[in-house]
Design a protein around this ligand. Structure first.
Ligand SMILES: C[S@@+](CC[C@H](N)C(=O)[O-])C[C@H]1O[C@@H](n2cnc3c(N)ncnc32)[C@H](O)[C@@H]1O
Length: 276
């Protein structure tokens, strides 16, 4: 099991992952609703829920609007936090002590695995193994969501990793802002997943992406989209037109979501260049 380098404070906040909940309810509805065969038992697994299981319980409530019998399991590496959370259990909601590989060792089929604000404390080279462990018990088509937010959840960046017949694919990188800090693409840099955060530098695919996004956003502003929300939306449409790799559903762009989905998956960092 990939283990944390040190015991962490487990800081979390109510509503921190609400934007992700809204995205998943809107864009992954069939995944949350499915009931055929093994899907009936397939859980939403929230790994590393922190010192209080607030975000797990909030997501359970949101997802059960679509699937009232959805099993929800919160898993925590800190045994004391897992023990305290047990008081929030009910017939469909459980809390367990464990790590990224909990679902595979417990033989628990999963449809959705979330690990938010966890890997910031790990080394970049741990990320691939952590993703593999998180995705091990997913049913085909299931999803791992792994990334970071700011303390209140106003800025989010997360990998969307899909279980396919070829294995766990790096399907997309999802960005969200509530615009409380205004907007510029590089606003997201400090919240990139652990393996990309220090890679926004020349010769790196993530740098190429941010350069193209910044150019598209600058052009949108030059054409009159000054206000942060319209600059975000118009810039995203320009970026979609120039790259063909950005989702353009109006709901996403009107609500501060940008999903980057290159056809061959989110590129890995350049192995030849050291992180800054
Ligand atoms: C910063 S809190 C994040 C809480 C919540 N997910 C959020 O986004 O607000 C990180 C938690 O992850 C837990 N953690 C770290 N590594 C873990 C692992 N391998 N398996 C399960 N939990 C882990 C820590 O004990 C800590 O409570």
């Amino acid at each position: 099991m990939t283990s944390p380098e040190r015991r962490t404070r487990g800081r979390t906040a109510r509503s921190r992952l609400r934007a992700l909940d809204a995205y998943l309810c809107r864009c992954e509805r069939p995944l949350l609703e499915r009931q055929d065969g093994s899907w009936r038992e397939a859980a939403f697994l929230d790994v590393g829920f922190g010192e209080h299981p607030w975000t797990t319980l909030e997501s359970a409530e949101a997802f059960r609007e679509l699937n009232p019998s959805l099993p929800v399991i919160g898993v925590e590496a800190d045994e004391g936090r897992a023990a305290v959370a047990v008081r929030h259990e009910d017939s469909l909601t459980r809390f367990r002590h464990g790590g990224f590989d909990w679902a595979s060792t417990a033989s628990q089929p999963t449809r959705l695995v979330r690990a938010m604000n966890i890997l910031r404390q790990y080394r970049p080279e741990d990320v691939e193994t952590a993703h593999a462990e998180l995705g091990w018990a997913l049913l085909p088509g299931g999803l791992v969501v792994e990334g970071s937010t700011d303390t209140q959840g106003g800025i989010t960046v997360a990998y969307l990793l899909r279980r396919t017949p070829e294995g766990l694919t790096r399907e997309a990188l999802l960005f969200h802002t509530d615009f409380h800090h205004g907007f510029a693409p590089l606003l997201f840099r400090d919240w990139l997943p652990r393996d990309l955060r220090r890679r926004v530098q020349p010769e790196e695919p993530i740098h190429v992406f941010f350069t193209a996004w910044t150019q598209a956003w600058t052009e949108a502003r030059e054409h009159g989209a000054w206000e942060p929300k319209s600059a975000f939306r118009e810039g995203a449409l320009r970026l979609a037109a120039s790259t063909g790799a950005v989702a353009t559903e109006p709901w996403l762009l009107e609500n501060g979501y940008l999903r980057w989905q290159p056809p061959s998956g989110v590129p890995r960092p350049n192995p030849e260049s050291p992180p800054i």
